[in-house]
Design a protein around this ligand. Structure first.
Ligand code: HEC
Length: 112
């Protein structure tokens, strides 16, 4: 009797662990890209000077969730740099990386 209940408990725990591991891995790869590109130097906690933290940006950008057009526009805006002054880390991004990072922020950018 007991063993049976234990087995179900184990399977449920395993299933939950797999779900968590998958989402965490995708987000982790993007967080790693952000780290590689030096984004956390300014957007980490505490942020540098007047840079918003990724958590603040994620709160601002949450309204664009599911809106691919907006993600592309934000990525272009970030790379063009004209609005934000010159931030090398923004302007050096490839179109692909910029879009990936903006999408990551829009999706909630978990803190590193
Ligand atoms: C040298 C510091 C610095 C680095 C490095 C940096 N940023 Fe920024 N970032 C800023 C500052 C400062 C602002 C706010 C500028 C403003 O709002 O005028 C900003 C704003 C932003 C915004 C908001 C733009 C908007 O729509 O308001 C995003 C998104 C962003 N950064 C993403 C990134 C990403 C992704 C990286 C890594 C590739 C990165 N930043 C690296 C300083 C930095």
């Amino acid at each position: 009797m007991n063993t049976r209940r234990d087995r179900w408990g184990t399977w449920r725990a395993l299933g939950a662990a797999v779900v968590v591991a998958c989402t965490a891995t995708a987000a982790h790869a993007d967080a790693q890209l952000a780290a590689d590109k030096g984004c956390y130097n300014c957007h980490g906690t505490p942020p540098k000077k007047n840079a918003p933290t990724f958590a603040q940006l994620a709160a601002d950008y949450a309204k664009y969730r599911g809106d691919d057009g907006a993600v592309r526009q934000l990525a272009d805006k970030l790379r063009s740099g004209s609005i934000f002054g010159h931030i090398d880390a923004h302007e050096r991004l490839s179109a692909t990386d910029a879009e990936r990072l903006v999408r990551w922020i829009v999706d909630g950018a978990p803190p590193s």
